[in-house]
Design a protein. Structure first.
Length: 169
């Protein structure tokens, strides 16, 4: 049997998110954190359950972001669905740019004949995954290959928008 705590979001993460929203001087009781933890966990289970049912009916085993957006809409959480659709679109754009960047870096290395185990500078990291989307080519090591993949993407964030505000066109 699954322990009740294993079904819940980590309380430290819940508390951290709560602190981001509240003023810096606000104090949050343990009971408040636990209540939000239970509510948020139940909400996630509710939405993913609906998405999972859809996948089951379609004979699919994997729930994806589009399924979550569909579930939010079908359950009446249209405002959340719209925000998640925008976030999912930006996330996919970022992942596509990142894949293209890695592909360019790989091509640049193939042109120079450099392999990951060659020409390693002391202290250099072989793993490109922890660079948050930045790609480095041999041009940074003086080999003359240039790349356009040196920008770091802006972090994706959600903002609370007042319904009375006019949205920028």
């Amino acid at each position: 049997m699954v322990d009740e705590q294993e079904k819940l979001l980590p309380i430290a993460n819940v508390g951290r998110i709560m602190k981001l929203i509240l003023p810096p001087s606000a104090k949050i009781s343990k009971e408040a954190k636990q209540t939000i933890q239970e509510c948020a966990s139940e909400f996630i289970s509710f939405v993913t359950g609906e998405a999972s049912d859809k996948c089951h009916k379609e004979n699919r085993k994997t729930v994806n972001g589009d399924d979550i957006c569909w579930a939010l809409s079908s359950l009446g959480f249209d405002d959340y669905a719209e925000a998640i659709v925008r976030y999912l679109h930006k996330y996919r754009e970022h992942e596509s740019e990142r894949a293209n960047c890695k592909q360019q870096t790989s091509k640049a290395r193939n042109v120079t004949g450099r392999h990951d185990h060659e020409d390693k500078v002391e202290g250099e990291d072989d793993d490109d995954d922890d660079d948050e989307g930045s790609c480095h080519t041999d041009s940074q090591r003086g080999k003359g290959i240039t790349s356009t993949c040196h920008r770091h993407p802006a972090p994706l964030e959600f903002r609370i928008i007042d319904r009375n505000e006019t949205s920028p066109s």
